[in-house]
Write a protein that binds this ligand. Structure first.
Ligand SMILES: [Zn+2]
Length: 104
């Protein structure tokens, strides 16, 4: 996986970890790899993705307060802390338009 000329925020790393738990991120500076690390999915993720349950409180409130428990990494299963809806990798990918080219 390669994302060029970008500094990755922690939240973006979590997004990548959700869809490709085996990813390794290379931090490149002046054309040299200065840092290399495996993405790591925390036990709890927040701020992303949107809950797929339209009635979920996190879809009604601003700012949104999505938080999910990571139940399983392979295959991915996260559970909404507020409505207990389970979401799978596909549900997450649909919301990741930004990284769509990187998911193959
Ligand atoms: Zn929910």
């Amino acid at each position: 996986m390669k994302i060029e000329d970008r500094f990755l925020e922690r939240s973006e790393i979590n997004q990548i970890a959700l869809i490709s738990p085996q990813a390794t991120i290379n931090e490149i500076k002046d054309f040299k790899v200065v840092n290399k690390f495996d993405v790591e999915l925390p036990e709890e993720v927040s701020g992303f993705p949107k809950c797929i349950n339209p009635k979920c409180i996190t879809n009604a409130r601003e700012p949104s307060i999505q938080t999910y428990y990571v139940k399983s990494i392979e295959p991915l299963k996260i559970r909404c802390k507020y409505c207990n809806t389970d979401m799978e990798r596909n549900d997450v990918i649909k919301q990741l338009t930004k990284y769509q080219g990187l998911t193959q």
